[in-house]
Design a binder for this molecule. Structure first.
Ligand SMILES: Nc1nc2c(c(=O)[nH]1)N=C([C@H](O)[C@H](O)COP(=O)(O)OP(=O)(O)OP(=O)(O)O)CN2
Ligand code: ZN
Length: 118
């Protein structure tokens, strides 16, 4: 069974490796959406793969470290593309939440990256 929990955060970033003429070379912001997909067996008693509250407990501090920050200032996010943010979140969360199956990072409702650990 797969379940998904969504979170949002606001952050500024610039993409340092695009040409200086590219609009994303300049500092700007996004209302990011993160979807954490968890995969596992449904517990016969609780009916949960994992309690959403427990996912929130693990992801809360990670979210705090992103929300209302300049992503380029965060260690490991010097080039904060959606792809790199998804990998960065995976590396933070997977060791604490073995059920993590994928991380989706939406920069806009129409553009996102998805990482499944490889
Ligand atoms: N593969 C990727 N391509 C781009 C990424 C990325 O993370 N991965 N990021 C960007 C920029 O962050 C850019 O800000 C995205 O802008 P855009 O999708 O155009 O979003 P807007 O809100 O500016 O949309 P408009 O359609 O211009 O209103 C670029 N590419
Ligand atoms: Zn951007």
């Amino acid at each position: 069974m797969k379940i998904t929990q969504a979170f949002t955060f606001e952050a500024a970033h610039r993409l340092p490796h695009v040409p200086s003429t590219h609009k994303c070379h300049r500092m700007h912001g996004h209302s990011y959406r993160v979807e954490l997909q968890l995969k596992g067996i449904v517990d016969a008693k609780t009916g949960f793969v994992i309690d959403f509250f427990d996912v929130e407990k693990v992801f809360g501090p990670v979210l705090e470290s992103l929300d209302h920050h300049t992503l380029n200032d965060i260690e490991g996010l010097e080039n904060p593309t959606a792809e790199n943010i998804a990998v960065w979140i995976w590396k933070k969360v997977k060791p604490l939440l073995d059920e993590l199956n994928s991380v989706k990072v939406f920069e806009t409702p129409a553009c996102w990256a998805e990482y499944e650990g490889e």
